[in-house]
Ligand binder design. Structure first.
Ligand SMILES: Nc1nc2c(ncn2[C@@H]2O[C@H](COP(=O)(O)OP(=O)(O)OP(=O)(O)O)[C@@H](O)[C@H]2O)c(=O)[nH]1
Ligand SMILES: [Mg+2]
Ligand SMILES: [Zn+2]
Length: 303
């Protein structure tokens, strides 16, 4: 079937469905039975579930290059928040919202790390949840996707190539930007450049003038800090020492930013597999500094 025919059929179907439903991410109208948005490929279940609340859910995103540790961090964060007896409590909305933590914790318990996130947005894990905190009377509705690092940087290099990422970053209420602490420690400048690229991209996005990116909260997290203890001591000083360019752009352009350090594994080992001689596996799971960045973002949400 060619592209022209597909469009024709789509419009025919739309004629039969008077009640369109707007995608929660890009606001494109879709038929009520669509599984994924026809414009950005975000799951339409998010829009259906969000209809039960008058206000739109808060959106947070974890950003960073491929392999920085987004999936491991988010999976562990969600699992910890959904088991905590008090303070910040998270309840998943819909079975699909549990998949990310299930896959991550399942892999870690088998002494494996989860597999790389696919580039296609309809294969990402999305989390829709309700967050209760001691500071707020009403629970906060929240949406967090686990996006692929390669897709993210494709969008940064070629804006609008991934519509879902463009819409998400424009609409997002706060971000957790992960920076590989071990690579910085080893003297790699890539991490510094990747993050500067990302921050410059955010500042150039045309968004609601009342909510410029310069006023939205940005948590910068040194990931894999279990492998570089000095990250934990003073993340701000670590940033100035190892990523001076990044430190400067944060001070100049983001009024609300803070550096954090986080680590999920207690110890790791090299277990070469075919095609990847440097394949790493976790020997222990010892989460540290996981909840603090998220808690800071929630505290810094406007209103
Ligand atoms: N030591 C240590 N290594 C980690 C940790 N988190 C992730 N890693 C390593 O980093 C690799 C990539 O982690 P992922 O969470 O899959 O990375 P990602 O950012 O989701 O990557 P994409 O899905 O490709 O965007 C893992 O396979 C581990 O080798 C951590 O907390 N500590
Ligand atoms: Mg991933
Ligand atoms: Zn959409």
């Amino acid at each position: 079937m060619n592209r022209g025919v597909a469009l024709e059929l789509d419009s025919l179907r739309l004629a039969h469905y008077g009640n369109q439903i707007s995608c929660l991410i890009c606001a494109e109208g879709n038929t009520p039975d669509a599984e994924y948005c026809r414009n950005c490929f975000a799951p339409m279940i998010l829009a259906h579930q969000a209809q039960s609340h008058a206000s739109k859910p808060v959106m947070f995103a974890a950003l960073g290059p491929s392999g920085v540790g987004k999936t491991v961090y988010l999976g562990m964060l969600l699992d910890m928040l959904s088991r905590q007896p008090k303070h910040l409590q998270l309840a998943a909305r819909g079975g699909f919202s549990v998949t990310l933590q299930h896959n991550t914790i399942g892999a870690l318990s088998r002494c494996e790390f989860p597999t790389k996130t696919p580039n296609e947005p309809d294969r990402w894990n999305w989390v829709h949840c309700q967050l209760r905190s001691a500071k707020q009377k009403q629970p906060v509705e929240m949406v967090i996707p686990d996006m692929a690092g390669e897709a993210l940087f494709e969008e940064v290099d070629h804006p609008h190539s991934y519509r879902v990422i463009h819409s998400l970053l424009s609409r997002c209420d706060g971000v957790m930007i992960l920076i590989d602490g071990t690579k910085l420690q080893a003297g790699s400048l890539d991490e510094d450049y990747f993050t500067m690229k990302l921050l410059s991209h955010l500042t150039e996005l045309t968004t609601d003038p009342k909510r410029p990116w310069s006023s939205r909260p940005v948590a910068l997290i040194f990931s894999k800090a279990d492998q570089c203890e000095s990250c934990f001591e003073d993340p701000q000083a670590y940033a100035q020492r190892h990523a001076p360019g990044l430190s400067r752009i944060c001070t100049q352009k983001f009024r609300r930013h803070r550096f954090f350090a986080a680590g999920v594994a207690g110890a790791i080992a090299n277990r070469p597999v075919r095609g990847n001689p440097s394949h790493m596996v976790p020997l222990r799971v010892e989460p540290r500094g996981i909840i603090e960045p998220f808690e800071w973002l929630v505290d810094n949400l406007r209103g």
